[in-house]
Design a protein around this ligand. Sequence first.
Ligand SMILES: Cc1cc2nc3c(=O)[nH]c(=O)nc-3n(C[C@H](O)[C@H](O)[C@H](O)COP(=O)(O)OP(=O)(O)OC[C@H]3O[C@@H](n4cnc5c(N)ncnc54)[C@H](O)[C@@H]3O)c2cc1C
Length: 401
Amino acid sequence: MARLAQTAGLTDVQQEILSTVRDFVDKEIIPVATGLEHRDEYPQQIVDGLKELGLFGLMIPEEYGGLGESLLTYALCVEEIARGWMSVSGIINTHFIVAYMLKQHGTQEQKDHFLPRMAAGDIRGAFSMSEPGLGSDVSAITSKAVKDGDEYVLNGQKMWLTNGGTSSLVAVLVRSDEGHPEGTAPHKSMTTFLIEKEPGFGEVRPGLTIPGKIDKMGYKGVDTTELIMDGLRVPADRVLGGVTGRGFYQMMDGVEVGRVNVAARGCGVAQRAFELGVQYAQQRHTFGKPIAQHQAIQFKLAEMGTKVEAAHAMMVNAARKKDSGERNDLEAGMAKYLASEYCKEVVEDAFRIHGGYGFSKEYEIERLYREAPMLLIGEGTAEIQKMIIGRRLLEEYRFQG
Ligand SMILES: Cc1cc2nc3c(=O)[nH]c(=O)nc-3n(C[C@H](O)[C@H](O)[C@H](O)COP(=O)(O)OP(=O)(O)OC[C@H]3O[C@@H](n4cnc5c(N)ncnc54)[C@H](O)[C@@H]3O)c2cc1C
């Protein structure tokens, strides 16, 4: 984009990575995205290209074969990719969260075992908290792990796994009673298990079934699935970090960086909607002039551009805060909340600018219109973000009377 959503202070390396990704998006993603999306087809060629670019290892430390880049670099790449097609950023996002959780919380053996192959994109990650009966209320998880010798036996049903079919490693959050007596606070009796499996559908490992793809209104191409554990046996050394009872905190840490990522996706989709709207407004004529010359449309463009700019600035701020080693839950929550709401609004305005043509599947905005709502839900709904923001603000601005 020529003027909007620029980021000051990037290093030469960051600029080079971004320009490579932007070029890839313009040449390899945008021209094919809508066709693939309409066919709900997995973008294998695009994924292979991203693998070649090293995108799956962008934030994995160099000692494990990754590029060791910052959250900011990662978020800016995600923004570019989502500008091309949001589903592709979804393919990377859960992989990135699992790699991040391993890097932060894994045992040395777990890091050595998974991270090099994750950096190469040969192992791809999914993460799973949600169940049919819960999403926002993670503390209500009912899936269970029971210790049996050197193994755990897992039972329960999970819901809404992005990359559930195509991944070969799933980080699954379950309740584990071992060492945590009855009455322990729910978030202290949860454990993350690292579950390796074959990609695909059906019984992908004894005791583990991925039934099939959930049919969705948008965010197509990327597979979203259920996961059923029925007597699934997992060795004790596949407890993330080697100690039970820490899963809730590990997952929340992962989701926090994931929120910056969802904000970045909102920025990317909004930028694309702005690009489509501003182009169309100069081509379509009514009452003897391009609609861009009607003040009502110019006002729309002004609002859209302002929202694109504001969301980008907040997303960059949240990423930089985390990169500097500071707690960023407030900034990440704000960025995710604002970027996803603005994204929906910018897409809606671009859709309106297109008039009736926006309703036609021939126009890209039709796809964006079905994709934007997912960002209002994933990695915590707007209401959940506002709960986090509100709580943190009250901590920061405690009344001292
Ligand atoms: C396409 C897609 C992909 C997904 N991928 C994943 C994934 O990879 N892994 C994973 O674990 N999950 C995933 N999810 C699940 C997602 O995280 C949840 O859908 C989300 O957290 C909301 O949970 P829910 O759907 O159960 O809604 P609910 O929690 O039932 O909420 C319903 C409504 O009530 C509101 N609400 C809930 N509690 C409160 C409250 N205390 N105060 C005010 N309002 C409240 C919510 O904001 C929402 O509007 C995915 C979802 C989708 C749609």
